[in-house]
Write a protein that binds this ligand. Sequence first.
Ligand code: FHN
Length: 450
Amino acid sequence: MPKGTRKAFSKTILALALLSPFTFAALPQTAYQSTPENLKARQEFQDAKFGMFIHWGVYSVLGDGEWVFHNRKLKVQEYDRLPKFFDPEQFDAKAWVSLAKAAGMKYITITSRHHDGFAMFDSKVSDWNIVQRTPYGKDPLKMLADEAHRQGIKLFFYYSQLDWHNPDYYPRGKTITDNGPWDNGRPDHGDWNSYLDNYMDGQLRELLTNYGPIGGIWFDGMWDKPDADWHLAKTYALIHQLQPAALIIPNHHETPKPGEDVQTFERDLPGKNTAGFNTNYVSDQLPLETSNTLNGSWGFDIGDSKYKSPEEVEELLVRAAGNNANLLLNIGPMPNGEIQDEFATRLHSVGKWLSRYGDAIYGTRGGPLPPADWGVTTQKGDNVYVHVLNWNAPLLALPPISKTIGAARLLLDSSKVEVTQNSYGVVLKVPAAAKGEVDRVVVLTLAKDR
Ligand code: FHN
């Protein structure tokens, strides 16, 4: 189909979608073509490289992670008491955004609601939300969005499609039916179409309308009902219609579907699947992201002290960049709104490291060499950054690089690095790592093609 006709066709499909949800749900999803502003947002997303993930909800009151409703097999009626104790009087949007910036993070992705379905924002779709059910009575996402705009950092909303609270999330998914069924007191019937078209799309419309320009929506939970019809074409069209630049980032652990803008991997580098639930498929079209936790948990867990060291985080970030992916690093703030010191100090330390090494991370793309045990490469313009992470000998032999290397120097002090290049590959003489030095970065400047 010629380009002009294709564009007109997509517009017609979109118009149809807005007129009739049912017509659109039945149409193929192949009509999505990202707009120029969306493509620009994808590039900016890739340039950003490092984001702050925040899991925060009423579950944090119990200090036992965001799955506490499910893990303790609570009844809806029991869980309903929890918001009454949620009063984050120490919440300070400015402090949170400043911390992300100090850590060298370029975007924030926060749970607007998790699997408990509890909206951490002012929602008119249902009263199961922070403004109406908690003594706090305010909308922290609004404060965060305003502050993020002030400080020039992008804000994304995590949105759980899976819902353990709404009766219309019916038929139920794996998290209710498998591994010893959990009867949490909801009726054995519900209106799935209404859940998607009215409840979920209604809340997404609020998130995309009331918070200014947002970075995008980070979906989670489709894996609970992998065979269900999620009306994706309709929901995705709604998001792109309301904010064309907003990126759709689905954590469904599957091959990307039409309308999605980023492929994200949970606790894994792209294609690795050590977690066991990620796909091995890696898109060569979409920006990539990997999410991980700063201790062992997503939501606040009072007994979790498995903190990653700053050096471990730095290596995660470098390996993500070498795999052409962003790192979205999670913290779970406390129910009073504070971010605990163990997180803050580590994030400051990573930020300090990034102020020296950031050139080899921000704005780069992975490659040109494949990631390996010794380390990874990133590239930007004429520079190739060789990140030596795990190598103890003085000479490092690398596979061939197609362009001629004009110069090689250390990123930190610009001192010259000896290099030889021939058809077999490249050999670098790398200095020994200083104590605590995670990443020795050698900058190879490629000669211009004649
Ligand atoms: O079940 C969630 C979990 O609580 C957390 O939100 C992570 C973040 O990537 N995602 C889900 C599991 O895939």
